[in-house]
Write a protein that binds this ligand. Structure first.
Ligand SMILES: *Cc1c(COP(=O)(O)O)cnc(C)c1O
Length: 421
């Protein structure tokens, strides 16, 4: 029996309606930018397996560092002990994170990194005897699938059945260069009428919303305004972190730095799940007390797993290397050329790109998980490229190690699909 057949017996996949989508393609191997299925077909992974494997799949350097670590120290409780990989990772991260970040807190995935960020903000004020309960977030943001993260997310496909159980969130539109005044007015109203603990945002680009960009100056004005009102700001860089935008972090483009930053996805280069919530000294200091209960009692069993830390350290080494930085620049240049070539196509409504992320919106209306979207996905896969449209957005987020030939093939299948819809 094929893997695909055996899968159906006991497995339940995420983001799937099994009655309509019974098949899951079985992948048996991944190397560089190429996925191989159980029938030997190859696919270019043009979205880096959800923005994780930015240095290529099964990267030799990263796997060798991880293998070394596995033989030295596999797992130990981080509540009671510390170890070289965690210490080293904190040192390396602080070097590249925005300059106001000074403390590193470990989590298991993007959602729990956000969850911890939300809890940090709530307890920050609670510890100061200033109880607050409401968050501000962008419309159509996505921050993960646990309850806190789901609450601040604004995409209803994910949240529908759970709406009655979520924490209180006020929403603002993303800044578009002309609406900042109106947004600040809205914020003023929220601050007058609610106890606002924090503002959570995907800086510069909203991933799950369809790689939607917004105005950096407007975002800076929002952050400045909230800071001046003593409201914590939480940048969710789970998607944008580690070079995707052309800088190490999207927050590097913005003058006003967040108090808290959530990281995951490319953090461990696609090898092992892990996440981090970083914060300023000021946030950390609010948890220092002679009272035990003012500490941060949020913990995951595998916190700071040494093997995951080793993957992250190796990833940062690669990210900061000249070779990867050059690759990022050449992908950005290729995207610019492709954008010029494609932007006036009659089937294309708009295009945008930021760092290694390129997106175009089709003129055609498409449901997020509808028939047309499935047809597009199949069209790409039949031609050996894994691209996963979001609504009517087709986007590329390729590993930094993609070859020029592979990248040109990704562009070509997109051009080809425009002729068929
Ligand atoms: C993917 C993502 C998350 C959730 O991360 P998981 O590891 O899937 O829990 C949160 N925020 C953003 C911006 C993301 O892209």
């Amino acid at each position: 029996m094929s893997l695909q057949e055996r899968d159906k017996k006991h497995l339940w996949h995420p983001l799937k309606q099994h009655q309509l989508q019974p098949e899951s393609l079985a992948i048996v191997k991944a190397k560089g930018c190429v996925l191989t299925d159980e029938n030997g077909n190859e696919y270019i992974d043009a979205i880096a397996s959800w923005y994780t494997c930015m240095y290529g799949h099964c990267n030799d350097y990263i796997t060798s560092q991880v293998y070394k670590q596995m033989q030295q120290l596999d797992q130990v409780m981080f509540s009671d002990f510390t170890h070289e990989p965690a210490v080293k990772l904190s040192e390396e991260l602080i070097k590249i994170l925005p300059e106001n970040q000074n403390k590193i807190y470990f989590n298991d995935n993007g959602s729990t990194a956000v969850e911890a960020g939300i809890k940090m903000a709530l307890q920050y004020y609670f510890n100061k005897e200033d109880k607050r309960s409401t968050f501000i977030a962008f419309e159509n943001g996505f921050h993960g699938d646990t309850f806190g993260a789901m609450s601040v997310s604004g995409l209803s496909v994910y949240n529908g059945p759970f709406e009655d159980f979520l924490i209180d969130v006020k929403r603002i539109p993303t800044p578009d260069g002309s609406n900042t005044g109106a947004i600040l007015k809205q914020l003023k109203g929220f601050i007058l009428n609610h106890n606002i603990a924090g503002f959570i945002y995907e800086p510069l680009m909203q991933g799950a919303a369809g790689m939607k960009t917004h105005d950096a100056n407007g975002l800076n004005d929002i952050l400045k305004y909230l800071k001046s009102h003593n409201i914590l700001t939480i940048a969710d860089e789970v998607m944008t972190g580690f070079g995707k935008t052309g800088k190490y972090f999207a927050s590097d483009f913005i003058e006003t730095k967040p108090d808290i930053i959530c990281l995951s996805k490319a953090l461990t280069a696609g090898l092992i799940p892990m996440a981090i919530t970083s914060c300023t000294q000021d946030v950390y200091d609010a948890f220092l007390s002679n009272d035990m209960a003012k500490g941060f009692f949020h913990c995951h069993t595998y916190s700071a797993n040494p093997v995951a830390c080793a993957a992250a350290i190796a990833g940062i080494e690669l990210l900061t290397s000249q070779e990867i930085q050059d690759n990022i620049k050449s992908i950005m240049n290729a995207h610019s050329t492709f954008e010029k070539h494609i932007q006036n196509h009659p089937k294309v409504k708009t295009t945008r790109h930021l760092g290694v992320i390129f997106a175009l919106d089709l003129n055609t209306k498409m449901e997020r998980y509808g028939d047309l979207r499935d047809k597009l996905l199949k069209f790409f896969m039949d031609r050996g490229v894994f691209l996963r449209p979001l609504g009517n957005t087709i986007y590329i987020q390729v590993p930094y190690v993609i070859t020029d030939i592979e990248l040109q093939k990704v562009y070509q299948v997109i051009e080809d699909v425009l002729e068929t819809i």
